[in-house]
Write a protein that binds this ligand. Sequence first.
Ligand SMILES: [Fe+2]
Ligand SMILES: [Fe+2]
Length: 142
Amino acid sequence: MEPSQARAILLSQHDRLRRLLTQIQVIADRVLEGEGVVAELHEQLEELRAAFAEHNASEETLLEPILRLDFAWGPPRIQRMLEEHAAEHAMFRETLAGPDLEVAERMGDVIEEIDAHMAAEERTFLSPSVLRDDILNVEEGS
Ligand SMILES: [Fe+2]
Ligand SMILES: [Fe+2]
């Protein structure tokens, strides 16, 4: 897969996650104020957990081979970055797990952290200058 294609997939998953997070914040607030429907919160949280798991799996699978081609970074640095990145994903998975009402209570913090994670990705390894299609040509020496 071309780096630009991988980038487009991952960025569209980010958009979907942002939309889901915004919706969930509204539902979580309503439920916490005693006005919302708990079943709806549950459904949305399940969708978020699934979307987040899917995105993290795509990111961990798609990025590694692409970043390895960018020899300017060097394998140890890439390895370290990917490990730190996967550790953050695992932390988010834990934060999103647990009883729905508890997750609803920490939703504000969760959203802030996930938002910061995605924004950092978009500034670094999802930026067009990192995921550029000519990495492949440079690697092939053409
Ligand atoms: Fe990530
Ligand atoms: Fe991401």
